[in-house]
Design a protein around this ligand. Sequence first.
Ligand code: IPE
Ligand code: IPE
Ligand code: MG
Ligand code: MG
Ligand code: MG
Length: 339
Amino acid sequence: MRIRLRRDWDSCRDSATQLAEIVICRSFVTNNTFTVQTSKHPTFDLSDLLDRWNALKLEVDSKLEECLRRRTADCPERLREAMRYSLLAPGKRLRPILCLLSAEALECSPSIAIHNAAALEMIHCYSLIHDDLPAMDDDDLRRGRPTCHIQFDEATAILAGDGLQALAFETILADTNNSTIAARSCLVLAKAAGAEGMVGGQVDDLQAEKTGGDATFLHAIHARKTGALIRASVVLGGIAANADSQQLEKLANYGDCVGIAFQIVDDLLDVEGSSKNTGKRTGKDQQRGKLTFPGIYGVQSSRERAEQFVEQAISNVDAFGPAARPLKQLARYITARSH
Ligand code: IPE
Ligand code: IPE
Ligand code: MG
Ligand code: MG
Ligand code: MG
């Protein structure tokens, strides 16, 4: 695959570093062009995606800022600081961007889904704060910074996560004009974040550290702990854009595939990546006895499986035509990312 970014690499390096230092087999920078080559796929150009991603990320961050400003003014200062510290830290904002691009795939303005997009990032951020706690993955580095419980303290980190979870639902309910869309969005988000979704996946992930598990268990863990929220991200974009049930099903299928592929690559980055690129510790999954794709299938086969899921994701949004091009590009980015 050749991926060509038709823009000045240096000028976009900061955002692109956050977004994708795309290295699969070999990469090289030539005059104003960033090229990635792999053996398998045809030429693929991600330049538009980088531009869109950066622009949408600004909109998401400004919405997150506004939500914190408006809805945490009257809360204890330490809690406000901890929520802000984690929520505005330099993450990729993948879930909100999936949500906005799904609305766009249905030929709506992405901004129609901005409240849902912000809520998704809040839930995701809360899950990261809790994931890093000593009782869970016990990590000290996140998004290139000390984790919330290291920067503040454990109780504050737990409560900052709780605060962000509630803020997500408050944001949708308070900011969405259409109460039916708000209610449907909250229902989907609650289901994805809850015991049958992300939280359930996290429980199984921790359980598997002790008991191990087979490929079926591994797939179920990844589908829940990461896949559920990614699926909800595209569905929430569709709901905001008033999608019909067939459109929602296609988006959900896309989200399922992207979700699994995303966590496979997260597992691979723990083996092959660096803290410098990922902003978090690497080499920890094996140390903790996590059930992972490279652990079960090996590195090469895991990468091939991730690429298969990406192809499947892309075919699920074919029917949306050119409006779904950014969603397709984003699916490609999932396996191309290095952080
Ligand atoms: C990390 O998610 C946790 C997983 C579910 C794998 P991201 O890789 O999207 O983290 P940020 O938001 O960019 O920090
Ligand atoms: C985290 O999975 C999933 C959630 C936060 C729900 P990981 O534990 O693999 O994520 P990282 O590697 O710490 O980001
Ligand atoms: Mg974890
Ligand atoms: Mg973790
Ligand atoms: Mg991981």
